[in-house]
Write a protein that binds this ligand. Structure first.
Ligand code: ADP
Ligand code: MG
Length: 282
């Protein structure tokens, strides 16, 4: 059991109160409950670095070493996202989109530059603190879902709870966790697939399960790497509608990487990576 909390590893950080609106009954209920829409900057109007950002990357550099060659990927990227924004990161294949997302999610560390979450530097946290950050504050989804094949849909969604709390604490509150997981699976339209294993699900259903898993800790931020990249257009559209609903109705902040312009156009704002830098819009 991991006894180190993100806050104890970085005591200046405190978990903000859970957003109101999370864990409502269905998208229909969410529609009705959406009394206060998310405040987002106008599309195409990048937020300036500084106060009020949820996540901020400042002059981030990243290279990979392959044999004797150094492959520079990010060459001083600036990126920021405000609470409640839905930002798409686009760029050609190999432009460093996944690399940037991994750095933002502390899955990897930059060679230079800094990443801040709620004003606190996170790229240099010890690995246990980064584990806690990812388990409780960030949700992540990927092109190939990364569900555990041995587990059912419900168990996959519960897995982060068990990992985050440890088996004993998880077991004490098992009933409540299961209720929350069922509720989330209902929210993403999967309540009829609770006991299916991933191989018994369609691609769209697997991504819905992965989204429910990413949301189980009520994260502040969803990081999505090509979430529609392995889906047909119609199913991809449905997943995008789900992400848009989570953003607009539950105020979930989302960074989504995609190479697909049509998909990116559904976000509030687009950031393009070109030659290792964020392209400046004219
Ligand atoms: P994108 O997601 O935009 O397609 P990536 O961030 O995955 O691009 O990769 C950017 C570049 O870095 C590519 O040229 C890729 O081959 C290279 N790269 C990514 N990960 C590694 C790694 N672990 N080792 C070496 N090169 C890598
Ligand atoms: Mg990629």
């Amino acid at each position: 059991m991991n006894s180190v909390t993100y806050a104890s590893a970085a005591p200046h950080l405190r978990r903000p109160a859970q957003r109101s609106g999370v864990l409502l009954d269905s998208f229909q209920d969410l529609d009705r409950a959406a009394a206060t829409p998310a405040t987002v900057p106008a599309a195409g109007n990048p937020a300036a670095p500084g106060d009020g950002q949820l996540l901020c990357a400042n002059k981030v550099f990243k290279s990979y070493r392959q044999n004797k060659h150094i492959i520079p990927v990010l060459r001083g990227v600036d990126f920021s996202i405000r609470p409640g924004e839905f930002v798409a990161v686009v760029g050609q294949s190999g432009s460093g989109k996944s690399t940037l997302l991994h750095l933002l999610g502390t899955l990897d560390a930059p060679d230079a530059g800094e990443i801040h979450f709620e004003g606190n530097r996170i790229d240099n946290l010890p690995s246990q603190a980064r584990d806690v950050l990812r388990n409780r504050y960030f949700g992540m989804i990927f092109q190939f879902y990364h569900l555990l094949p041995e587990l059912t849909t419900l168990e996959n969604v519960l897995a982060p709870k068990m990992i985050g709390q440890g088996v004993f604490r998880y077991w004490i509150n098992k009933r409540q966790h299961q209720e929350e997981a069922r509720h989330l699976l209902d929210l993403v339209g999967l309540s009829h697939r609770l006991n299916h294993k991933p191989k018994e699900l369609s691609g769209g259903e697997m991504q819905r399960a992965a989204i429910a898993r990413a949301l189980v800790a009520a994260p502040q931020l969803l990081l999505a790497d090509e979430p529609t990249g392995n889906l047909d257009r119609q199913t991809g559209q449905e997943i995008m509608e789900l992400l848009q609903s989570l953003n607009r109705r539950q105020n979930l902040t989302i960074v989504m990487v995609t190479h697909d312009q049509t998909i990116a156009a559904l976000a509030d704002r687009t950031v393009r990576l070109v030659e290792g830098l964020v392209e400046r819009l004219a």
